[in-house]
Design a protein around this ligand. Structure first.
Ligand code: PHE
Length: 486
């Protein structure tokens, strides 16, 4: 084995648990339902599932393969493997793209995780008992319009993340994932049970699983449905930015990458689908708007907790478990940068964690303020986005940086690396399974992403307008005017 600054997972299951911990998080329970609601229900879900199967799983296999072969941080892994294969060392920039995406995601992820912590207390104190949709909406709006509170919980969450990463990813993570993930899963089943008792359960199911192409007539299929669904597949599986690559770097040589990936992807996708089944019947029964945006679960689920038996207990427990799920994901967002600082800058792990975490925290301050002082509106993918920088960070990373990173991983592994290296690493021999993998990653993933990108020209126009908006804001600020937006 190569020399490595880190050890190995003590068993295959621990790798699966850690990678599932990275994959399952706010992306499944908070982001998936609200994007489904914004981008056309069933059609979005269908494209998302296709993206998971045809691009997500093969790219995840490639990322783990690279990680296990390189056994370093993504930046150094890419550089080492490129050198080994006689390629340009600038492939390390793929690692950099990932580190940057990780920082940006972590910065806003921590703010949303902060909402989750705030909701632990709100549900625990019985704030939602008997509440209707209007009341839960007010409670949520009050929370996000208080920058002080958002910053407080954001700071606490980031601190917990930094503490764990600074001690090395192992013990705590293992325990958290082993017990808390299954508990979250069971609680989602309880929520689905509640959803079944609501009047509009079937409407919720239809909305999720039966594409309604009429409702899409006004939308641009590529930029309004395909691109966000593609982004969600990458975001939810934690691929395209090195998180899974780094977890792969701790994986032992004799563990099967393919079966591990299937387990992780199935667990991740089922959690998202269960969250959808739990939420949409509540949304329809209580007259909420599915396209309500990032607050969707925070205004819909509390109504259920306020109505069901032992709702205060279940509600509080639900948000506690969601916070842990967010935390096991955020660890993997910070890990690539920290490992690189330790490896290349010879920093201590503690120092590296605090420095990297502090930068992500600072960026997160911008997100926290984009729900109140700095909120501004723009339209994207058929939806009005109201939270300026937060939405920009989110779209930039999941719809652009992650798919781009993922496709570069696909191209590197299937077109540039020697066939022998990938055969060796995957351990599938030259079987049919290997050929299917190689075909999807060679053709389907790059061509699929390219088609979606090219057809989302609107996205580029969008970026131009964002650029102008930022210049405009800077100009207003430099003229000494105070505040903008809402
Ligand atoms: N997959 C995580 C979630 O669904 C988020 C994440 C994205 C984590 C990218 C790591 C890398 O919540």
């Amino acid at each position: 084995m190569r020399t490595s600054i880190h050890g190995q997972w003590s068993s295959r299951w621990i790798f699966i648990l850690a990678a599932t911990g990275s994959a399952v998080g706010l992306g499944n329970i908070w982001r998936f339902p609200y994007l489904t609601g914004e981008n056309g229900g069933g059609a979005f879900v269908l494209v998302y599932l296709l993206c998971v199967i045809m691009m997500g799983i093969p790219i995840m296999m490639a990322e783990i393969l690279l990680g296990r072969r390189g056994r370093k941080s993504p930046i150094n892994t890419m550089e080492t493997l490129a050198a080994e294969e006689g390629l340009n060392p600038n492939w390390r920039f793929l690692g950099w793209l990932g580190v940057l995406a990780g920082f940006i995601i972590l910065s806003y992820y921590s703010v949303i995780a902060g909402w989750t912590i705030a909701f632990i207390f709100k549900t625990g104190m019985g704030d939602f008992v008997g509440a209707n949709a209007e009341q839960t909406t007010t409670i949520f709006s009050e929370l996000i319009s208080s920058p002080g509170i958002l910053l407080f919980w954001h700071s606490i969450f980031m601190f917990i993340t930094i503490r764990v990463v600074s001690r090395g990813v192992s013990g705590g993570l293992e325990r958290a994932v082993k017990f808390l993930m299954p508990a979250l899963f069971v609680l989602l089943l309880v929520m689905v049970g509640y959803a079944m008792s609501t009047e509009k359960f079937l409407d919720g199911l239809k909305y999720l699983f039966i594409p309604d192409f009429n409702s899409l007539a006004e939308k641009n299929l590529f930029s309004d449905v395909f691109l966000p669904a593609l982004g969600q597949a990458f975001f939810s599986l934690s691929i395209g930015m090195g998180a899974i690559m780094i977890y792969g770097s701790y994986l032992s040589k004799d563990s099967s990458i393919t079966s591990n990936c299937f387990v992780i992807a199935i667990a991740d996708t089922s959690v998202a689908i269960l969250a959808g089944i739990a939420i949409f019947p509540i949304v329809f029964t209580y007259g909420l708007d599915p396209s309500d945006g990032p607050g969707l679960i925070f205004i819909s689920l509390p109504i259920a907790f306020g109505q069901m038996p032992f709702g205060t207990f279940f509600g509080c427990l639900f948000f506690i478990l969601l916070m842990f799920a967010a935390w096991t994901s955020s660890i993997s967002l910070l890990e690539p940068a920290v490992t690189w600082l330790v490896e290349s800058k010879k920093m201590s792990r503690i120092k590296a964690s605090y420095i990297a975490g502090f930068i992500a925290w600072l960026l997160g301050v911008l997100t926290a303020l984009s729900f109140n002082y700095w909120a501004f509106e723009f339209s994207f993918a058929g939806a009005i986005k109201q939270n300026g920088l937060f939405d920009i960070f989110d779209i930039l990373t999941s719809n652009i940086m992650l798919p781009l990173g993922g496709v570069l991983v696909a191209i590197f592994t299937s077109w540039l690396m020697s066939r022998k290296s990938t055969v060796d690493e995957l351990g599938l021999g030259d079987s049919i399974a290997y050929k299917i993998w190689r075909f999807t990653i060679r053709y389907i993933a790059p061509i699929g992403v390219l088609i979606i990108f090219l057809n989302s020209i609107i996205v580029f126009i969008f970026w131009l307008t964002v650029l102008f908006k930022i210049l405009f804001i800077l100009k207003i600020n430099s003229l000494g005017s105070k505040g903008f937006g809402k």
